[in-house]
Design a protein around this ligand. Structure first.
Ligand code: GSH
Length: 219
């Protein structure tokens, strides 16, 4: 792959900094050793005709490699991984296992976590959110408990680091404002193990530096 571009937001409020999903794509590219350029957009750019052709829902990330576009962070990470033995084993059965865990991260683990994030950070204090929150916390705990049980005795989801770990460890970050993950020491250690990787540290640093550089100037 040559000429790789990743679209992210120029700036987001502090509660979202370090959570925006272009981080996943950038992490995968760093792990795979692929050079790329970042294209930063503003809230208004999301609804432009040109951007909607890249990402029909007006969200980030969007991605382009050699003139061909992709969207959805999971699909993009998968695409990058198919070309990288760092992110994806060669054995077809192991590849199927990685894909299984990628879907599990996106379809089974992330949804309740995203619910809790929305409730706490976007609807904090609203009556419906207060009433609904305990059931959502239960749903999150159910998933974290099962994931933690799977990880007992394992460093990664399969026997080595893969693209699935990128998707699985970026979801619990969404509830970093709670102590829910810390209540599962095995899971907590797994997330920290993956986040300690130099590639993750580098992309997080870069993304945060962009937000700092592009922060709105107070009136
Ligand atoms: N399923 C999509 C979700 C993308 C998504 O939620 N992006 C957020 C940033 S992390 C976004 O662009 N939010 C702005 C919006 O919802 O309009 C993916 O994984 O790429």
């Amino acid at each position: 792959m040559n000429e790789i571009m990743v679209w992210g937001f120029r700036w987001v409020p502090p509660f979202a900094q370090g959570l925006v999903r272009d981080l996943r794509v950038r992490w995968a590219l760093e792990e795979a050793g692929c050079p790329y350029e970042v294209r930063l957009i503003d809230a208004d750019d999301r609804k432009s005709t040109a951007y909607l052709l890249r990402q029909p829902f007006g969200m980030v990330p969007a991605f382009e490699a050699d003139g061909r576009g992709l969207f959805e962070s999971g699909a993009i990470v998968y695409f990058i991984a198919t070309d990288s033995t760092v992110l994806m084993p060669i054995d077809p059965r192991e590849r199927a296992n990685v894909l299984t865990w990628m879907f599990a991260a996106l379809n089974t683990v992330e949804p309740p976590i995203q619910n809790l994030l929305d409730m706490d950070l976007l609807h904090d204090g609203e009556t419906w959110a207060k009433l609904r929150r305990p059931a959502v916390v239960d749903a999150v705990n159910l998933r974290l408990e099962a994931l933690s049980a799977w990880l007992a005795g394992r460093d990664y989801l399969i026997h080595r680091f893969t693209a699935a770990d990128i998707l699985m460890t970026t979801a619990p970050r969404f509830i970093r404002h709670t102590d829910l993950v810390a209540e599962f020491p095995v899971l907590d250690a797994y997330v920290k193990r993956c986040e300690a990787r130099p590639a993750f540290q580098k992309v997080l640093r870069n993304q945060m530096a962009e937000y700092t550089r592009n922060a709105p100037v107070a009136a």
